[in-house]
Structures are given as C-alpha cells and as structure tokens.
Design a protein around this ligand. Structure first.
Ligand SMILES: [Zn+2]
Length: 159
C-alpha cells in the first residue's frame, strides 16, 4: 500500500482491527515520511447498490434493514434467530441476482414477504410504514386479506 503523502511503497502496520462482515482496518505509518494513515480491506460481495425512491444510491445496509424488522417485531413472539435468518436470506438473494443496482422497493417487498411468513402483526406494522398503508381502509383491506388467507389455510388443514 503506497503512502498517500509521499507515494513510498512500504508502510508499517501499527494495529489491525477486525470489524463486522470481514472488514479489516489497519492503521499504518509510512517508513519514509512517518505520516500515519488507515487502510480498509473488505470482501467485495456482489450486494447491489440500493436505489432509493428519490433516485439516490446507497450501499445495502444490513443493520438498517434489521433495525426496521426488529421494530416491527417488538413484543411479538418472533425469535431473534428467525429475524437474523430472514435478513440473511434476503441478503444472499440480492447477491445471487448479481445485479449492480436494485430498487429499495424490491428489498422492502422481500422484507414484507418474509414478515408475512413470520408474524402477521409484525407484517402489518411494517406494511403501514413501508407499503404506505397510510389510511385505515388500506390497512383494513390488508388485514382482511390476511384473515381470509388464514381461514383458507385452516380450512385446508381441516379438510
Ligand atoms: Zn510517506
């Protein structure tokens, strides 16, 4: 790693920090000019860039998605491990698609699908925020649909 100040080729590693998701941060000191700088190494997973509604792009932020899901699942009987697994599946699904960019809406839809299977109340909570179920009628329609689905699947089990 070249020194960014004098372009000298060799630097001494002062310390190494291993962070989340394979990120390695190294504090270095140039052997020639003595300036200190930090380098970051991270595995280049093919997680696509997220295109937000306003057209701006940002990196896929697992923690951010996780936070939203945790809030939706607050006080619900959903194990943390199930949430982790769901986020992990979404992430690997995004990587498998091998695209360079993906709409935030697609991620929202994946989360909504996942929550629908995990817990209906959490699903509705998430949906109110992310699907823009912003009036009582829309929320009610969604709940009616869920109740219908439940009834149908219960009937299926009985029959
Ligand atoms: Zn230097």
């Amino acid at each position: 790693m070249r020194c960014p100040y004098c372009q000298h080729r060799d630097s001494r590693v002062l310390d190494t920090t291993h962070e989340q998701r394979g990120v390695v941060r190294r504090r270095r000191q140039c052997e020639t000019c003595g300036q200190r700088f930090t380098t970051i190494e991270r595995p280049l997973l093919a997680t696509p860039l997220v295109v937000k509604k306003d057209g701006t792009r940002e990196e896929f932020d697992r923690e951010k998605v996780l936070r939203g899901v945790r809030i939706a699942c607050a006080k619900r009987p959903v194990p943390a491990s199930a949430i982790e697994r769901m986020i992990g599946e979404i992430e690997s699904q995004l990587q498998r698609q091998g695209r360079s960019e993906i709409s935030s809406r697609v991620i929202g839809d994946l989360v909504v699908q996942g929550l629908k299977e995990l817990d209906h109340v959490a699903y509705i909570r998430y949906g109110i925020v992310y699907l823009g179920l912003d009036d009582l009628q829309a929320i009610r329609n969604e709940i009616d649909r869920l109740l219908n689905d439940e009834e149908n699947s219960n009937d299926g089990k009985k029959g």
